[in-house]
Design a protein around this ligand. Structure first.
Ligand SMILES: O=C(O)CC1=CCC(=O)O1
Length: 92
């Protein structure tokens, strides 16, 4: 099952830089593991925003929820999930 996911990150302004750096570093490792597994298929920065658009390929809504809620940045993100279906004109 494919899902388009938009993540908007908002870290508290008073978060110490070392804490923010640690969360971002764990987020990167987690995201790269999921990309290597094939579950996190695309990851793009939204130009000019601390946000990304991602495509996930997972077995179920529950699996996606588990992956997203385990993101180190999850407490600091607003997440919008859009389920995707095959377009009838797609040649892919
Ligand atoms: O920077 C972001 O958009 C949040 C994020 C998701 C995966 C990652 O490494 O950072």
């Amino acid at each position: 099952m494919l899902f388009l996911v938009r993540m908007d990150v908002s870290l508290p302004h008073d978060m110490p830089p070392a804490v923010a750096d640690d969360i971002k570093s764990r987020e990167k490792a987690y995201a790269q593991d999921l990309q290597r597994s094939g579950k996190w298929v695309h990851l793009y920065r939204v130009v000019g925003e601390y946000a990304n658009y991602s495509v996930f390929d997972v077995e179920s809504n529950d699996e996606l929820h588990g992956l997203l809620s385990s993101l180190p940045l999850f407490p600091y993100m607003k997440i919008k999930v859009t389920p995707l279906a095959r377009h009838p004109s797609s040649i892919a």
